[in-house]
Design a protein around this ligand. Structure first.
Ligand code: BGC
Length: 755
């Protein structure tokens, strides 16, 4: 369809404003149907006669632009009149903008994909009532005009000047840059979803005026304003206040996040476009007259996924935690599963995505979202089978780490479990096998993944000491355990697809044997590296003490099945002992935290799991809730009790990874888990775990079979009342303490048991 269309650009020297590409169009006759197909190397807004077409934001989204770009389709039949101006505003976006923390601001900045000039391509197909057709495309006949937007970058915000006169620049230039594949949009559109109203106007000790939206979020501020020509409105964005109550955003690192408007005497309703900010607090750096909160709101943007899951319980702080998890997801499912929405990253970190993936399926319908991202992953895989730390990757983001790269196996499997999406397994199976080959070939020992120094390890765990990025768990142990786990997932995938998995099964058995020899001694994890037990990875500052027996090491061994049955109890006891030694707390990071509660409840220690869930001393989930968090924090200690910060460098207040705990709350506390032999919730297990301190807990999920819901509640006489609602086509194996196991299908059921 795009074959004869030309990519047009304003050229790399055009820096005056964002360009608007325009074309006049007068239909020859009555229109039956008119469709526009469009995409950009950059991000665009499409208008007809000055009115935005559709509700897509930041189209065409973010893909590995070197290989492919999604195009969008617009039905414009009802939008066309006798005379029309088609116009498209183009910003650098993810393709040609300042992305990543190594972005350079010099003239010759190459852009993340080696091209720093944005460009646009479009095809218009008109079907007339008389049966004739007309097609036209972007080409050198399009005109370029200036706009009011002087500057627009995803990380840095926007500068708008309403006083600037719009002028004709000249004809569009046709660019000959290499053209990647153009594919119809696979993912969800990014759109505006919730509107959040400000809660407070703060005057800080430093004398700043700050609007508090009461909720950390990703999106932008919309406001009404009228000022004299030349008056300036300027905002800065932050997630938290510092310990003195002043505005703070040093944690945004090099991302500037400012929006500025120069007024022209008219009233305007302003909001940024083609950029977004991550914030709760907005510092008003300049404003004509008084700020009236009634004129402000925040628009929350993310991928247009259907909300499917809900949770509530009798313990308020857990309800706040759940809200923080959902807001963490909203803020980071912006076409790509990103780590955070505010600083100079906002990247599709694979590790964060894989640990959170199952939780995501329990709150929103993320099938399409992952269909697109996982396809992108297949396009990003390198020749050797390596999967990068971020997807879509770009030129300097080429690190490969265990537990991050394993997203290649974990995410397809989780999406298949939740929705039964076999096509995703088909798309990903070759990638999964190639990823296993990468680990298989690596180093001297074919059945271990050892000696690789670029791992992120048990990222941000607290067991090596409070100030290390990597926790104390051995990198080689994590890597080899994940090698084993990913092999298992690939075997399961192969079986679903009817493939011969004999070789993979042999590989899996060999990895298990090698792992046990290398990392286990007398049923406990042992040190693999000789020497002083200090491990270094690619950056010297990550040298830190390494311990063989950590909460994360044991959790991995138990969860991935790398133990012998006779070793199990001692491992569980040791894990409980490590938690007790650490004052009843966990000290796990990105790798251990998503597993530890499950490992405990799977092994008869749900009591300890509940203690960790309800723990309020740091590190714990509820610590951040007590500190006033409205989203998940990146680090357990992001803001300490005294209001100081653990670091400026790695300190996002909107990082969903630790929100993976909802997987346990839904799966083990409320007790609903989809079975691998009944994907898409055709079969589930219902095995609730209760704790009187919580009083009651309930959750629901709109599954492919229909609405699934369960709850439990302590009654005054300490009886527990359980309720389970199954869609007609769902079968559940029900295990409730004190009651006989049974299998039930479709309908609502109530059970009672004694606490
Ligand atoms: C990101 C993480 C990511 C990590 C890799 C960080 O800068 O924000 O969430 O997974 O790097 O260790």
């Amino acid at each position: 369809m795009f074959k004869n269309a030309k990519w047009i650009t304003a050229g790399k020297d055009f820096k005056e404003t964002l360009p608007s590409f325009q074309k006049k169009f007068a239909p020859k006759d009555e229109i039956k149907k008119a469709t526009a197909y469009m995409t950009a190397f950059g991000v665009y807004d499409f208008f007809i006669d000055g009115k935005k077409v559709g509700n897509k934001i930041m189209a065409p989204g973010w893909t590995y632009y070197t290989k492919w770009i999604q195009y969008q389709e617009y039905d414009i039949t009802d939008l066309l009149g006798a005379e029309n101006t088609l116009s498209v505003t183009l910003a650098p976006g993810w393709a040609a903008g300042f992305i990543g923390w190594q972005r350079h601001k010099e003239e010759n900045y190459p852009g993340p994909y080696g091209i720093s000039t944005s460009s646009l391509v479009a095809v218009f197909e008109i079907e007339y009532a008389d049966g004739t057709q007309e097609t036209f495309t972007t080409d050198e006949s399009w005109d370029i005009y200036t706009t009011h937007t002087l500057y627009c970058e995803i990380y840095d915000g926007q500068r708008v000047d309403y006083t600037k006169e719009i002028r004709y620049v000249g004809k569009a230039l046709v660019t000959e840059q290499p053209v990647p594949s153009l594919l119809p949009q696979k993912g969800e559109d990014i759109v505006e979803r919730e509107t959040v109203l400000p809660v407070k106007l703060i005057h800080t000790p430093k004398g700043e005026t700050v609007i508090d939206f009461g909720q950390n979020l990703a999106g932008y501020v919309e406001f009404k304003v009228k000022g004299n020509p030349g008056d300036v409105v300027a905002f800065s964005y932050g997630e938290v206040l510092d310990k003195d109550g002043n505005f703070y955003n040093a944690n945004y690192r090099t991302a500037i996040n400012e929006t500025t408007y120069i007024l022209d005497g008219q009233e305007h309703v302003c909001k940024p476009s083609l950029t977004f900010q991550g914030f709760r607090y907005v510092r008003v750096d300049s404003f004509p007259g008084e700020v009236d909160l009634n004129d402000f709101c925040a628009k929350v943007i993310y991928s247009d996924m259907k909300r499917t899951g809900h949770f509530s319980c009798g313990f308020d702080k857990l309800n706040q935690l759940y809200s923080n998890i959902v807001w963490g997801m909203r803020s980071n499912y912006i076409d790509v599963p990103t780590d955070c929405p505010q600083r100079d990253e906002r990247l599709g970190w694979t590790g964060d995505a894989q640990v959170f993936c199952r939780t995501a399926t329990l709150n929103y319908d993320v099938e399409n979202f992952f269909r697109k991202w996982l396809y992108d992953m297949t396009q990003n895989q390198n020749e050797e089978g390596g999967i990068y730390g971020v997807i879509p990757t770009f030129y300097y983001m080429a690190s490969i780490s265990t537990a991050w790269a394993d997203a290649a196996c974990v995410c397809p499997w989780e999406i298949y479990r939740a929705y039964g999406s076999k096509d995703i397994l088909e798309t990903c199976y070759p990638m999964m096998k190639k990823w296993l080959e990468y680990m298989h070939r690596y180093g001297d020992d074919e059945f271990l993944w050892v000696g690789h120094k670029n791992h992120y390890g048990d990222w941000l765990a607290m067991d090596a000491g409070p100030d290390y990025y990597l926790g104390a768990t051995q990198l080689d142990l994590i890597a080899s355990a994940y090698f084993y786990y990913s092999t298992g997932l690939t075997i399961k995938t192969g079986k679903v697809l009817g493939e011969d998995t004999t070789e993979l099964e042999a590989l899996q058995a060999n990895i298990r044997k090698a792992f046990r020899e290398a990392f286990m001694e007398n049923g406990m994890p042992k040190l693999y590296m000789k020497g002083d037990a200090l491990e270094e990875n690619h950056t010297g500052n990550r040298i830190r003490p390494v311990k063989p027996v950590t909460q994360t090491a044991i959790s991995l061994i138990l969860h991935f099945g790398l133990y012998e049955e006779e070793e199990r109890q001692a491992l569980v006891d040791k894990l409980v002992e490590l938690i007790e030694e650490f004052d009843g707390r966990m000290n796990t990071g990105f790798v251990g935290t998503p597993l530890i509660l499950r490992v405990l409840s799977d092994n008869g220690r749900a009591d300890v799991a509940f203690n960790l869930l309800l723990q309020e001393k740091n590190p714990s989930w509820l610590f951040s809730v007590n500190q006033g968090a409205t989203t998940m924090w990146e680090h357990w200690n992001s803001q300490k009790e005294d209001g100081s910060f653990w670091s400026t460098n790695m300190n996002s207040f909107n990082h969903y990874a630790y929100g993976a705990v909802y997987d346990w709350m839904f799966g083990d506390m409320v007790g609903l888990t989809v079975s691998e032999d009944g994907v898409g919730y055709e079969k589930i297990t219902y095995k609730p775990h209760t704790d009187k301190r919580i009083g009651f807990a309930q959750a629901s999920l709109d599954t492919r079979q229909g609405m699934l819901a369960a709850s439990w509640k302590y009654l005054p006489d300490d009886t527990i009342r359980y309720e389970l609602t199954l869609p007609e086509t769902t079968t559940a194996v029900v295990t409730i303490p004190g009651l006989p196991e049974r299998t039930l299908t479709g309908g609502s059921y109530v059970f009672y048991s004694k606490a």
